[in-house]
Design a protein around this ligand. Structure first.
Ligand code: FMN
Length: 371
């Protein structure tokens, strides 16, 4: 089946909205979660996205348990939370059960409502240290980590994983079941294997086998960019909710738009002014988060670059941003950029083609366009 959804609100019959659910005492309402993304979902980013609405839970970028327990400043910085961003989950990674337990305890003390264990990251520096998705090949060690972390905290434990290491080892159902048996209260599955990296489209159907293996809430994740892909992912996987990652990097309103669709309420597409305000507010949040650190410049370059996708002359903005040396300059550049767009009467272009690809039973392609 192939759905081409042009945005706006699709007919209500098109989708069954996911229902809010609880992870222990934590209510996830709406059942739409901002994915953990290293270098992206820091405090400033998370609070920017949440302010737009529709996000029931956000997850921090993964934080190294070795870094936290060896007092590495950057690791502690990554785990900092905003007092107003609850519920929020801190994700940790590592392969030493004692250090994972100690890190989880610290994250709980920092105010995390949930501690999430990363079993999904395919990147070399995580897998070569044999954590992230590499742990899916060591189910016994993974279980020891689940047990140790569960025993160390009183807030809920959750686990995020890929489908498995490769197509010959699609063991997410077994690992998810093991996590549940150890006390995990929610599982997220990204519909790719470690070996897939991002080279192939996410597969949501295999996530259904995880659904059948566990009774705790399940999130499906991978390539969800709008109402059509969210609906298809939920239908294919049988999951209770969705997790959205990269789409939000280029279109911060993705989650709010999907939520409006499921709630059956009109969604007002962001205007140029909305985008201008969002970017200025983001810069200010970064100033609070980073203080005088030089990190602010690289973060500004990265996020302003991705948030301006779909706007005319965004490439030029990205180029100018790469030369800035602080927040005041970023504000000036943003104003000049948006003033120019406004004087031309420019409208933002749609960011994502919300398309589900795959063959129908009869191999035909169907196109459904939302209103
Ligand atoms: C830049 C980047 C950083 C990521 N960092 C993490 C991470 O820290 N922890 C994690 O579990 N997954 C991480 N992921 C994976 C995402 O959480 C998500 O599972 C994946 O991108 C698929 O979802 P999407 O298609 O909605 O982006 C990262 C992905 C990206 C693109």
């Amino acid at each position: 089946m192939r759905l081409a959804h042009a945005g706006g609100i699709a007919p209500a019959t098109m989708s069954a909205a996911p229902k809010p659910f609880s992870v222990g005492p934590v209510r996830v309402d709406p059942a739409i979660v901002l994915a953990p993304m290293e270098g992206v979902t820091d405090r400033a980013f998370r609070t920017t996205i949440r302010a737009l609405g529709g996000c029931g839970l956000a997850v921090t970028e993964f934080v190294s348990s070795e870094g936290l327990t060896r007092d590495v400043k950057d690791a502690w910085h990554m785990a900092e939370l905003d007092p107003n961003e609850h519920p929020v989950s801190i994700q940790i990674y590592g392969r030493n059960p004692e250090r994972m337990a100690a890190a989880a305890r610290e994250c709980q003390a920092l105010g995390a409502d949930i501690i999430d264990i990363n079993l999904g990251c395919p990147s070399k520096n995580v897998t070569s240290g044999c954590s992230g998705s590499a742990l899916m090949r060591e189910p016994e060690l993974a279980r020891r980590i689940f047990d140790a972390v569960y025993d160390a905290i009183t807030v809920p434990l959750t686990v995020k994983m890929r489908l498995g290491w490769d197509d010959n080892a699609l063991n997410a159902p077994i690992i998810a079941r093991s996590a549940q048996d150890a006390g995990a209260q929610m599982i997220t599955v990204h519909g790719r294997t470690k070996v897939d990296m991002y080279r192939v489209p996410a597969r949501w159907e295999p996530i259904r086998r995880v659904r059948e293996a566990i009774t705790v809430p399940l999130l499906c994740n991978g390539d969800i960019v709008g109402a059509a892909t969210a609906t298809a992912a939920l239908a294919a996987s049988g999951a209770d909710g969705i997790m959205v990652g990269r789409a939000v990097m280029t279109d911060p309103w993705t989650i709010a738009r999907i939520h409006a669709h499921f709630a059956g309420v009109p969604f007002a597409e962001p205007t140029l002014d909305d985008r201008r305000h969002l970017l200025h507010a983001y810069v200010e949040k970064l100033v609070v988060q980073e203080g005088k650190s030089r990190r602010i410049v690289s973060k500004l370059r990265k996020t302003i670059g991705s948030f301006s996708t779909g706007l005319r002359n965004a490439a030029r903005l990205r180029q100018s941003i790469s030369a800035i040396d602080g927040a005041p300059e970023a504000h000036k550049l943003l104003d000049a950029f948006f003033d120019d767009l406004a004087s031309r009467g420019e409208m933002p272009q749609p960011w994502h083609e919300d398309v589900v690809t795959g063959a129908d039973d009869d191999g035909a392609e169907e196109a459904v366009t939302g209103s």
